[in-house]
Design a protein around this ligand. Sequence first.
Ligand code: PLP
Length: 392
Amino acid sequence: MRVYLDHHATTPVDPEVLAAMLPYFTEKFGNPASKTHLWGWEADEAVERARGQVADLIGARPRDIVWTSGATESDNLAIQGVVEFYAERGDHIVTAATEHKAVVDCCKALERAGRARVTWVPVDGNGLVDPQEVRAAITDRTVLVTIMHANNEIGTVQPIAEIGAVARERDVLFHTDAAQSAGVLPIDVEAMKVDLLSLSAHKVYGPKGCGALYVRGRQPRARLRPILYGGGHERGMRSGTLNVPGIVGMGAACELVARRRDGDVVRLSALRDRLREGLLGRISDVKLNGHPTERHPGNLNVSVRFIEGESLLLALEDIAVSSGSACTTASLEPSHVLKGIGLPDGLAQGSVRFGVGRSNTEAEIDYVIERVASEVARLRGLSPEFRMRASV
Ligand SMILES: *Cc1c(COP(=O)(O)O)cnc(C)c1O
């Protein structure tokens, strides 16, 4: 048996999505920027239909959707674009240490280049940002608040509407990275007072290499300086010939989310809870990471004491999961998110992220519980620290 439980890393393309995309590689190959013939019109129509499908999922106007290559580009375009456009007004960004690397490293690069100053608001032990901390961090020089919706490692869901209200009250633009949440949580850019929002197709059963940035067009209008210059596509905000099959796929994937979300959430959270209870029942000294209730319905992140997450992952080669540490050089550097919630290095190194998705079954979850429990027992048997503790 092989089980894929890494749906935060990527999801498979839904067959319905693939079917919608296929004609746009071959028969319908036109360039939507070709305004003078049928081939171009046909591609343009498909792109505009997809723009509507993506906009509908987040309560936006279709004209406020900008196509990108994925959430990494969307995050960079939002942050660099706002900082550069509003350079006269200010240079200050408010964000959190537990953001995705696309946000963290973009902010750090702007800081290094002397283009921005960054305030990293603290998160609590569950990874939650306090909107009052955001309010306290905003100054007269603040041009952007960027706080993600659902965290990709620990699943914690931020109080986006409250943070949006705080930013709006101070006339500061608010960006949120919704790559993980878009498939499972309702999003309404009006109610949440979001001005910029990043999406990625491959996190919601669409193709890789395609994403979108919502850029509020009015009340208030968010302005960006582009990162890419060229033909002036996407109202000058993102030049480059559009990835038509990818965009069609992203539109179809978003429409599918709208139809499936309620059912998916019930199934995913039941499977995730079964996994959590199974692991807690079979393994001692396990800590749950992330918020107990305000979390992504498919996310489970646990720290298993007395083992290294990387060793467990290597032992579970038939099960796709992720660990909280990235193998950098020779040392196991704990993830910035687990560090951000104050997890001690020992626990951060023993962390494993499970991401349940649409195709998973109860039988798969039961198999994973069994395999993880037996590998943890085997690895702990090899751990002097664990044996010493067991003997006292
Ligand atoms: C996956 C992910 C990204 C990066 O998206 P790509 O489309 O792969 O560039 C950014 N932010 C979050 C929260 C993610 O989960």
